[in-house]
Design a protein around this ligand. Structure first.
Ligand code: SF4
Ligand code: URA
Length: 247
């Protein structure tokens, strides 16, 4: 990494915040760059401007994402590493406006190391196409990166342990909107215990990014009624309207 890259990385790391960055890392970066920590009064004016306008270029996004992928590949932070065949990092455009967030890999995802490639994936692909996009135009990821045996709902502890990886992915890709698929994604991103049935259809926020909670494609398959399909489509239309407003 040359100096310019390191500076960009520093600003980026600052932006994604203390919950992701260890103080050791901050110290190391500051030492390397000889940058003094912000004063008690906060960041200087110029730094504030830099921060608010800051967005990573394509090659740095790629670089940082591959660093995170390496971490996941070696991760043993929860018991799921024991039983996984493959980790599922996520896939799609790293410049995507829309990021879909699911729960955890299922059997097929675990086999292939790719998100949403089983039955639920087929349904999700239909949803994406109905919105006028292809899978390659959006980014698809999960809260939990390894398959829970028997497709069990990942425990709150596993969600908490794995969530920082997704937090970093979101901070790097910086989508304009997040679509939370089902209870686990919605409850984790919105830090709520409300169920998806109550919460869906209303925008929330994760780190300043609008989040639309909607039903999980597996739920749609199991409850294939006009009401459920209509609800999901209403939610997706709200996302399209939001993107239209901001373009
Ligand atoms: Fe690590 Fe997440 Fe896999 Fe657990 S599920 S081993 S925390 S990557
Ligand atoms: N269900 C999920 O939540 N994620 C996947 O990747 C596949 C099925």
């Amino acid at each position: 990494m040359d100096k310019k890259d390191r500076i960009e990385k520093l600003f980026f790391l600052k932006e994604i915040g203390v919950n992701i960055l260890s103080s050791e890392e901050v110290k190391k970066m500051r030492k390397a760059l000889l940058i003094k920590p912000p004063t008690e009064k906060g960041l200087k004016k110029e730094e504030k401007i830099e921060k608010s306008n800051f967005s990573l270029g394509f090659s740095l996004k790629k670089k940082f994402l591959s660093e995170i992928e390496k971490e996941i590949a070696e991760c043993k932070k929860c018991p799921l590493f024991n039983t996984r065949k493959n980790y599922v990092f996520g896939e799609g455009s790293i410049d995507a406006d829309i990021m879909f967030v699911g729960e955890a890999p299922g059997e097929e995802e675990d086999k292939q190391g790719r998100p949403f490639v089983g039955k639920a994936g087929k349904k999700l692909t239909e949803m994406i196409k109905a919105m006028g996009f292809e899978r390659e135009d959006v980014f698809i990821a999960n809260i939990v990166k390894c398959r829970p045996p028997g497709n069990a709902t990942p425990t709150p502890q596993i969600r908490r342990t794995c969530f920082p990886y997704l937090q970093k992915q979101i901070a790097i890709i910086k989508p304009k909107v997040l679509i939370a698929l089902g209870n686990v994604a919605a409850q984790t991103l919105l830090d709520t215990k409300e169920t998806i049935t109550k919460r869906r259809g209303k925008f929330g926020k994760y780190q300043g990014i609008p989040v639309m909670p909607t039903y999980h494609p597996s739920y749609v398959i199991r409850n294939y009624t006009v009401a459920v399909r209509k609800a999901v489509w209403e939610d997706l239309k709200k996302v399209l309207a939001l993107l239209d407003e901001n373009s």
